[in-house]
Design a protein around this ligand. Structure first.
Ligand code: NAD
Length: 381
């Protein structure tokens, strides 16, 4: 139910192209915006799908100018270098190819193209929310993970290597003009990143749903996102070629992005941020490691919402009492994470140091989590 008192600005990408083969719509959209496009990608994703993007642009009469140095968890330098190329080649638009790292780099380039200052000046701690004053150039996000939902959000996450922190920029001005969600592009995602990015999306949906900033519109997105991810992520993980499962997860992560950008994320994201910045644990894995415990901690503060989470995750029956069902939500999340062998992947990150090596930064990481602002949105403080 939408209440008349729910006065909010709801953001959404200008257009969304969905389904197998959706990437073929790229050229037509790009031609509406000019004749030169900066294409932003990681080297790896460009090897997989770069031709689909550059061929599509060229066929529509648009020259691609390619930047493929984006690092996962993109840096201030990534954005500055990509912007220098955008400026030097007199580009008219930005096309991102990849997941959150490529999309956020593209959003950062857009900010520098029409606003004065360094990218650090736009972080929420300095510029606040709605921190980007001017409209940014056209941005087309060709999404290849499922995922961050960044193609639908007003957020940009940037790693600052000078401080080993990640900072957040928030503005309706960075929401992409076109989001392209082609599940065929996600078939090349390895099992590990299928799990990480899918759990990231589930975290977005759950956190938006239980957030103190939740309301009916994002709640609708969040409920459907949880349903799609719960039923199809294990299938896509077990068989990456299953296009229907890939498509279901891709729509689910889009809806999860639409949910959190119009409500908020909460405690899990606050805690995951320093794990990414200090220990370089992939964002989705960091979220997945924390999510079950935060759900367990928080369920008592929003029992009706968590009971619904548990029912969607098949961890509670409809005749369970609300409190009983809410308590089962954490089990539902743990079971899903176990199905994806999530903790098993931690061993793959050799750079995660032994406990002793990061004890001295725990205070710093705790402060970083609090400073992110996300814990304030959690139902239980
Ligand atoms: P990513 O973009 O960092 O990609 C992860 C790795 O997977 C990279 O090595 C990439 O090359 C590879 N990859 C991507 N797609 C692939 C494919 N289809 N096939 C094979 N390899 C592929 O991953 P992500 O999880 O989408 O993005 C994470 C970043 O997004 C983090 O910096 C995170 O903080 C940020 N984020 C942003 C928002 C937002 O709203 N702006 C929301 C959540 C997270």
């Amino acid at each position: 139910t939408v209440l008349a008192s729910e006065t909010r600005t709801v953001v959404s990408p200008g257009r969304i192209e969905l389904g197998a083969g959706a990437v073929e719509a790229l050229g037509g959209h790009a031609a509406r915006y000019g004749d030169t496009a900066l294409v932003v990608a990681t080297e790896q994703i460009f090897e997989f799908h770069g031709d689909a993007v550059t061929d599509g642009l060229e066929a529509a009469g648009v020259d691609p100018v390619v930047y493929t140095d984006v690092r996962p968890d993109p840096t201030v330098e990534n954005i500055e270098y990509a912007y220098a190329l955008y400026d030097r080649e007199d580009c008219d638009m930005i096309v991102t190819l990849g997941g959150g790292s490529s999309i956020d780099t593209g959003k950062g380039v857009g900010i520098l193209a029409t606003n004065e200052g360094s990218i650090r000046d736009f972080g929420v701690d300095r510029a606040g929310y709605e921190g980007v004053p001017n409209s940014t150039p056209p941005l087309i996000a060709v999404n290849t993970t499922a995922g961050t939902g960044s193609e639908a959000t007003r957020s940009v996450v940037v790693s600052d290597e000078s401080t080993s922190t990640k900072f957040l920029i928030v503005s309706a001005n960075v929401v992409p003009d076109v989001a392209i969600e082609d599940p065929v592009l996600t078939q090349s995602l390895p099992k590990s990143h299928t799990a990480f990015t899918g759990i990231d999306a589930l975290t977005h949906a759950i956190e938006a749903y239980v957030s103190v900033k939740s309301y009916s519109v994002p709640d609708g997105y969040a409920e459907e996102a949880m349903e799609r991810i719960a039923r199809s992520l294990p299938v896509a993980w077990a068989n990456g070629d299953n296009l229907d499962a890939r498509a279901d997860v891709m729509v689910g992560q889009l809806q999860a992005g639409q949910a959190f950008t119009n409500a908020s994320v909460a405690l899990v994201h606050g805690l995951a941020r320093p794990l990414g910045a200090q220990l370089h644990i992939p964002h989705g894995l960091a979220n997945g490691l924390i999510l079950p415990y935060v759900v367990d901690f928080s369920a008592m503060a929003a029992p009706e919402k968590y009971a619904e989470v548990a029912r969607i995750l098949d961890a509670a029956d409809t005749d369970d009492s609300t409190r009983q069902a809410a308590d089962a939500a954490a089990d539902g999340v743990l079971d899903l994470c176990a199905d994806l062998n999530l903790t098993g992947y931690l061993d793959d990150f050799g750079e995660v140091p032994a406990r002793e090596a990061y004890l001295d930064v725990v205070d710093e990481m705790t402060q970083d989590a609090i400073d992110s602002g996300s814990p304030d949105n959690n139902p239980r403080k």
